[in-house]
Design a protein around this ligand. Structure first.
Ligand code: ASP
Length: 324
C-alpha cells in the first residue's frame, strides 16, 4: 500500500487482514510492555497532519495513532497560518511538507486534491505516502475502514457483514462517510443497503453506478420507519450544511431523526452507528442502549488508523503477539 486515497482501493482480503491486525494491535495496548513495543516500531518517522477543514475525531485519532507508534507529528490546521496566505498553491505547500516529513495525512474541502498531490509527489525524489482524512464531500476512506471494523466486530457472532441489511440515513448526497462506506460494502456477499433520506439528499449517480456495477443490492426510500425496522445496522449521519450553495439544509429532516421511542421497533441486535458529530438526528438517550456502538466506533478509529500506519510503513508483520 503506497497511499490511502479512496475506499475503492481496498478488497475483501485487505479488509479481513486489517480486521485481524487491528484486533491484535488492541491487545498490545493491554500491557505496559505491549505499549512500549508499539512505540518502538516507528520512532524514526515524522508525519504532517494537514487539516484545513474542521475535525475532532479524525485529527485526534490520527495524532494519537502516530504517538502510539512513536511517530513525531506536526500539524497545520488553518491554511491562513501557512504560506498559502502569501499566495502559495496548496500543491506547493504539500510538496514543501514532503521535504520535512515521511507521511502526510490530509483533510481538505477540495475533492480530488489528495489524488493530485499523491501523483505529484510520486514524481519527486521524496514520494511520501498521502492519507486522505476527508476530501470535501467526496471520500473519507479511513472512516469507512473503521466503520467496517466496527460492523465486523459487532456482527461477529452473527456471521459478520455478509448477508446483512445496512440502512444509511441522512444527507446521503454530500456525506462522504456514506459514500466511502457504501463502496467498501461492495466487498461483502449478499449485502443490501437501504438509503433513507429526504428526496433532495439522495445518493449521487456515481455511487448508484458503482453499486450496480458491483452487483450490490440497494434501495432508496423516504420511508424512515420501515427502513430502520428491517436493518441489521443503522448508520445515522448529520446534514452537511457546510456544502450548502442555496439553502439545501433548510429541508425538514425531523422525520429521519432516530429517537429513543424508535428503539422498540429495531431488531433486538441491530447495530446503531454514527460517524459523529451528531446533532438532533440521534437522541443522546440512545447512548444507554447496548445496541449503540458509536462511541466504540470512535475509539476503534484510533486502532484502525494505527494498523493502517503500520501497513504504510511495512511494519505490520512485526505486530505479532507471540513475539512479545
Ligand atoms: N466526521 C465525519 C466527516 O468528517 C462526519 C461528519 O462530519 O458529519 O465526514
Amino acid at each position: 500500500m503506497r497511499h490511502v486515497l479512496s475506499s475503492s482501493q481496498f478488497d475483501r482480503q485487505f479488509l479481513d487482514y486489517l480486521y485481524q491486525l487491528t484486533t491484535t494491535i488492541r491487545r498490545f495496548d493491554k500491557s505496559r510492555e505491549g505499549i512500549v513495543y508499539l512505540r518502538s516500531l516507528l520512532p524514526h518517522k515524522r508525519a504532517m497532519l494537514y487539516f484545513t477543514q474542521p475535525s475532532t475525531r479524525t485529527f485526534l485519532s490520527f495524532q494519537s495513532a502516530c504517538h502510539i507508534l512513536g511517530i513525531t507529528a506536526s500539524e497545520i490546521r488553518d491554511a491562513a497560518t501557512s504560506s498559502e496566505r502569501k499566495g502559495e498553491s496548496v500543491e506547493d505547500s504539500l510538496r514543501t511538507f514532503s521535504s520535512y516529513v515521511d507521511l502526510i495525512i490530509m483533510r481538505s474541502p477540495i475533492a480530488g486534491l489528495c489524488d493530485r498531490v499523491a501523483t505529484l509527489l510520486d514524481a519527486t525524489p521524496r514520494p511520501v505516502p498521502i492519507v486522505n482524512a476527508g476530501s470535501g464531500p467526496d471520500e473519507h476512506p479511513t472512516q469507512a475502514l473503521l466503520d467496517i471494523y466496527t460492523l465486523t466486530r459487532s456482527l461477529r457472532l452473527r456471521g459478520g457483514i455478509d448477508g446483512k441489511t445496512i440502512c444509511m440515513v441522512g444527507d446521503l448526497k454530500r456525506g462522504r462517510t456514506v459514500r466511502s462506506l457504501s463502496r467498501l460494502l461492495t466487498n461483502y456477499e449478499d449485502v443490501k443497503i437501504i438509503f433513507a433520506s429526504p428526496e433532495n439528499f439522495r445518493i449521487e449517480d456515481d455511487l448508484r453506478r458503482a453499486l450496480t456495477r458491483a452487483g450490490t443490492r440497494f434501495e432508496e426510500t423516504d420511508e424512515f420507519l420501515p427502513a430502520i425496522a428491517s436493518a441489521d445496522a443503522i448508520y445515522m449521519t448529520r446534514i452537511q450544511d457546510e456544502y450548502d450553495v442555496g439553502g439545501e439544509s433548510a429541508t425538514d429532516y425531523t422525520r429521519f431523526h432516530l429517537k429513543a421511542s424508535h428503539l422498540t421497533s429495531l431488531k433486538e441486535d441491530c447495530v446503531i452507528m454514527h460517524p459523529l458529530p451528531r446533532r438532533d438526528e440521534l437522541d443522546p438517550e440512545i447512548d444507554k442502549d447496548p445496541r449503540a456502538k458509536y462511541w466504540r466506533q470512535e475509539r476503534n478509529g484510533m486502532w484502525v488508523r494505527v494498523a493502517v500506519l503500520t501497513m504504510l510503513f511495512d511494519v505490520d508483520s512485526r505486530v505479532q503477539l507471540p513475539d512479545l
